[in-house]
Each structure stands twice: as structure tokens, then as C-alpha cells.
Design a protein around this ligand. Sequence first.
Ligand code: SAM
Length: 394
Amino acid sequence: MDYLSDGAVLSNEIQLHIPEEGISALSSELLNSFEKSNLEHNDSENKKTTDCQETSGKDSCVGSVVAQHYNQLSERGVAERKESRIFHMRNLNNWIKSRIIDRIRKENGHHCRLNVLDLGCGKGGDLLKWERGHVHHVVCADIAETSIEQCKERYAKIKYRSRNVFTAEFIAADCSKVLAKGSSKFSNHELKLDLVSCQFAFHYSFESLPQAEQMLANVSSNLQPGGYFIGTTTDADDIMRRLGRDKDSENRKFGNSIFSVEFPPETPLDPPPLFGAKYNFHLEEVVDCPEFLVHFPTFQKLATKYGLTLVQKTRFEEFVSQELDHGKDLLMRMKALEAYPPFNNQDPVSQDLEDYVHAQEYLDSSSSADGFRPKIGTLSKAEWEAVCKIRLTM
Ligand SMILES: C[S@@+](CC[C@H](N)C(=O)[O-])C[C@H]1O[C@@H](n2cnc3c(N)ncnc32)[C@H](O)[C@@H]1O
């Protein structure tokens, strides 16, 4: 955990919800200032957006590239996932999502049965969490049709072994382009949701202002007053800081052995636009496609426009330490951290000793007088650095 406390981790957790009194209008002053800054920063991007909308469905839109990428990602079995270089990092992400869901359930009372929209659900990686959260109904929506098919299959397996599982429906749609609510896509047009969850997906909509707005409209029009929007997205401040253009004004890339972030030459960086600040993100085994910086103040203003109130925004390391007391058992069960030094006969996840210097230093500084050296839970440095790119929103 030592690596967590050195200030290198800059991810955030935010909690947004619609207040009990319902949606209030955004002041025109705020709206105007937002529209103005958007225009100033984003002239060329606006043109691109229009082109993209006019040729909707063709390859000029990043959405189709993203869908294609996730569609062709093969599903990994449990055994294969255990061999993964980012096994613990993925488990830590899953632990965090489980803890957020648990918080929401506590807020609503453990007996309430939530209606949920999983926006950008992928292959259904969170279905088991919804099952454990005893939710009532889940609308699973994703731009990638094959992922939605795989999500359906996963759900069918869960339903086969557990009859009392939540009901579910599946929508293949670009949620930054179409409004799911009220369209024929929702099986029950009257369904009001208690929770919208958008995990690792909101950043795709920051390609343009209309897309980000559509995504938020999908959140807000489906939530009932008092409902929650939770999610995780990338941390633009952290990405820009790590790009280090103050030290090297030409720099467009950073990363390590498991991930990289690279801005193509056409993305202006000094400063980046509010929308369409495209970079290519590579994460070993799981992601290789374009994403967009999410300028958080803009996201927050837009969310306000759609009636969402910021409840909580917590940095990643704060969230982990806040949840450690109550979530430790689950953390261990989910193998969300790697034991260091490794147990007998086990190899560390990374073969690079540099990846464990922080853990070794922590142990050296804390071993007891009798020489007893406990094991600690950590991630390899490369995984911490990749995790740090993520901002948790709630
Ligand atoms: C990194 S994956 C996360 C999947 C899942 N939420 C999870 O946490 O495991 C991002 C997902 O967002 C989906 N996505 C990207 N853009 C989208 C859009 N415009 N509308 C709906 N889904 C989208 C992708 O297809 C992909 O499944």
C-alpha cells in the first residue's frame, strides 16, 4: 500500500444523484459560459463532429472503431484470467465497483431492490455484482453488439443456476447517439431507475459536446429523483500531468510495460480541447482503442444541466483507504492485491524487480525487531501506474 500514499495516485471517486426535489434548470449564465468556452476550444472539433453525425454509421466516427475493438476481444476463461499480467489490477477495479454498489445499497436500505441501467456494460463483467447486490432489474446497454450477445449468454448462465436472479434486458446501441428512454429500446417505457452505472465507458462520449450530452440525457432521463449515477472514467489532469509537456513540450506519449497513452498529432495539446481530445489507449490484453480526455469541470457543469448533483468525489487512494476496514475480507477473497513477497513456489506477477521496489522499501522500513517480515498486499508498480489513470465517479 506504500505506493498508494506517495501522492502518485490521482484517481477520483464522485457520487452524483438527482435531488429528491427533482431536476432544476441550470442558470443561463453558467450555460452561456460553458457554451462559450466550448466554442473557443473546440471550433475544429465541432466541424469534425458534424461530419461524423452526417456520416453516422460510417468509419469516420470513433464509435464504430470502439465497437469493432470490443466486439473482437475474445472472452477469457477463469484460468486464462488468472494468468493475466493485470490479474490483480482487474480484481482491484472489480473490488472497487463492488464497494460502490454496496454503498448505494446501504444508502437505499439493504432490502430495497434496485432497478439499474448498466451503461457500457461490455460483456457483462458486472452481472455477478448485480446478483450479489440483490438488484431487481438490470438494463444492459452497450455499443458493441457481440459484447451484448456475450452479456446475454453470461446472464443466461447465472439465471440457470439461480432462479431468483434479477430480470434483465439487453440493448445494443451507441448511447452517446440515441436516447434509450422512451424509445422502443426499453421494454418497459415507464421503468424508472434507481441507479445508472457507467464503468470505464463515459470517456468515449467526450468525443463531442452532443455525444456527452446524449450520454448524460440517458443517465438523467432514466433516473428517478433520489436515484444515483455512479461510474469510473479517466483522470484528464493526471494524464496531462504525466505527459509532462512542461518538461518536454514535444511529448505526446507516456506509459510503461503494460499500458500506454499516446496523443495523435491532430490532437491539440496546449491546451487540449474540452471535447474530442483524442488519445490512443493501450492496456495489455484488454484495451487498444481511442479514448477522449474528460475535462472534469465541464463534465460536472454538464451533469448539473441534466439535473445531477455532485454528491461525492474522492480520489482513488482515498476510496481504497476509506473502504479497507469494511472491505478487507472481500479484497482478500477477490485477490485484489498481490502478496509480497510471493508465497512459496509462486512467481511474482511481474518479472521486473523494479516493479516491487516500493513494496520492498515498505517492508524494510517496517520489519519488527525480531526480524519477522509479514507479507503485504500490493500491485506491481506498472499496474499502479495504469490504475492511476482511472478516475472513479459516483
Ligand atoms: C472498458 S469497457 C468496460 C465494460 C464494463 N463496463 C466493465 O466495467 O467491465 C468500455 C465499454 O464501453 C462501451 N462503449 C463505448 N462507447 C460506448 C457508447 N457510445 N455507447 C455504449 N457503450 C459504449 C464499449 O463497447 C465497452 O464495452
